[in-house]
Ligand binder design. Structure first.
Ligand SMILES: *Cc1c(COP(=O)(O)O)cnc(C)c1O
Length: 485
């Protein structure tokens, strides 16, 4: 198969045959590789590294697709983690819904690029429609807008950048887009909780302001931003001549799934003239659960929202969106080029989405949302998300009732952070033991769970992002963990 037929999919019959053959062979190899329920049955790091070492990435003579597929089947597929396994719960990393994998095939096959209308006509219009519906879903009004991004980190950067530029324009009368950072940029302050995602600091660095701009606010016992402490920090900053410009709330913290009190944060933002950003990379999916949607209703009050579809929406990496309550702020990311997004295009009805995006060439990820929203509907989606949250509640109750475990806080979404205690006769300290148990689960039991540190103590974490997870299975996993003490 080394002819012009295996280059691209065209209308030529031989080309179509070749395309179908390659896709079918790949699908069969993938399906055949899933032999058991283990979340990881592959090699440990050093062995895997030597097994995959190659100086022949580009051999003299091409080996043909069949041989490469065989090699991939032998070496790579067995060493993949399996996010669809109910033994997998380490991270905010989900399995991909099957229909979204079909959407990925369409995305890759047609290879549209979202920067300009003439590279993605239908794709542009679908993204616009998906965004419009998402804005409505989160309670935004007519003036809102959004754009798909590569992930929560980029959505956060985008939201925070618009926040800062708004502050400079509106409050300081300074055009940062044109002139760069103002002289007093070291006084800018961004508030987020001490358990917020590290993309806050990264964004501050990327925006040229540095980590010192970021004020980490203490959390309460429920791991939510402590509003009283925040207020004091803001007052102190103002007294010292600093410039509070934004509160970045976390709606579903990475470790605990805790949700910052959005209504109260909105009040503070209004009082002090700040932007309210919501990092809802995790919690954004809760809106789909009829039973739990009220927990994230405050999102409607935020100026920008980070939505991640490759977490609790079960769509393939990457898929995320940045939503803005007032679309005028996207102006910060707009720059016109004669070769791409001419100003007259817009007047004639051609939408060039690059005008809202930090990326130029960009994937048609909105199709995955379109396909799976329409396929499953409100009912189907509510059931999936609700089940994950209910599972976390079940596991929390179980841990709480056990004398052998300590649990950090009651989950608001679907993550449970806990640690198991050494049995009486044990001489191992609890930190060492919990770390050892996680490694043993990974390499000897095909179970992949999370680990973090909470208030100085090593903890284990179940991130329950799999609607196939069951109470019985959770019971079994807890029994297994206790047996490894
Ligand atoms: C995962 C996560 C992010 C980062 O999102 P990516 O899609 O991994 O870039 C940001 N914030 C929170 C709270 C997250 O959990």
């Amino acid at each position: 198969m080394n002819s012009k037929n295996d280059l691209f999919l065209t209308s030529d019959d031989n080309s179509k045959r070749s395309y179908i053959e390659i896709m079918e062979a790949t699908i069969r190899a993938i399906a055949a590789s899933l032999s058991d329920d283990q979340a990881y049955a592959g090699m440990p790091p050093y062995d895997l590294r030597s097994a995959l070492h190659t100086d022949e990435l580009l051999p003299e003579k091409g080996r043909g697709f069949a041989a490469v597929l065989e090699e991939m089947t032998q070496k790579i597929l067995p060493n993949m983690v399996r996010p669809a396994s109910t033994n997998y719960m380490a991270h905010l990393h989900c399995a991909a819904l099957v229909e979204s994998i079909a959407a990925e095939l369409v995305i890759a096959t047609f290879n549209q690029s979202m920067d300009s209308w003439d590279q993605a006509p239908a794709a542009t219009e679908i993204e616009v429609e998906v965004i419009r519906n998402l804005c409505k879903l989160y309670g935004y009004g007519e003036d809102s807008d959004g754009v798909f991004t590569s992930g929560g980190s980029q959505s956060n950067l985008s939201g925070l950048l618009l926040a800062r530029d708004w502050f400079c324009n509106e409050k300081l009368g300074y055009d940062i887009k044109k002139h760069g950072l103002p002289e007093n940029f070291r006084k800018f302050r961004l508030y987020c909780s001490e358990v917020s995602h590290f993309s806050m600091e990264k964004s501050a660095h990327l925006m040229g302001m540095g980590y010192e701009t970021v004020v980490k606010v203490p959390v309460n016992d429920a791991m939510q931003m402590d509003v009283g402490a925040l207020e004091k920090l803001i007052e102190k900053d103002i007294a010292e001549g600093n410039l509070p410009f934004c509160i970045a709330a976390t709606v579903g913290t990475t470790d605990f799934g805790s949700i910052d009190p959005l209504e109260k944060l909105r009040e503070l933002c209004d009082r002090y003239g700040m932007w309210l950003h919501a990092d809802a990379a995790y919690g954004s999916a809760v809106v789909l659960s009829e039973k739990y949607a009220h927990r994230v209703s405050g999102l409607a009050k935020c100026d920008s929202i980070t939505v991640d579809f490759h977490k609790m929406f079960f769509l393939p990496v990457s898929c995320s969106a940045s939503l803005i309550r007032d679309k005028r702020h996207f102006d910060a990311l707009t720059i016109h080029a004669d070769y791409l997004n001419r100003e007259e295009d817009e007047e004639d009805g051609y939408i060039n989405l690059v005008n809202k995006s930090m990326q130029t060439t960009r994937r048609f990820d909105a199709l995955k949302v379109w396909v799976s929203f329409r396929m499953r509907g409100k009912e189907g989606w509510s059931e999936l998300v609700t089940r994950c949250i209910d599972n976390a509640g079940y596991f929390y109750d179980k841990l709480n009732a056990s004398p052998d475990a300590e649990v950090v806080t009651e989950p608001e979404i679907s993550s449970v952070v806990f640690r198991v205690l050494p049995p009486e006769q044990s001489t191992e300290d609890a930190d060492t033991m919990n770390k050892r148990i996680r490694r043993e689960l990974l390499h000897h039991h095909g179970v992949v769970i999370g680990q973090t540190v909470c208030r100085g103590k090593v903890c284990l974490k179940f991130t329950l992002l799999n609607p196939l997870q069951s109470h019985e299975k959770l019971d079994e996993l807890f029994a297994l963990i206790l047996s490894l003490r």
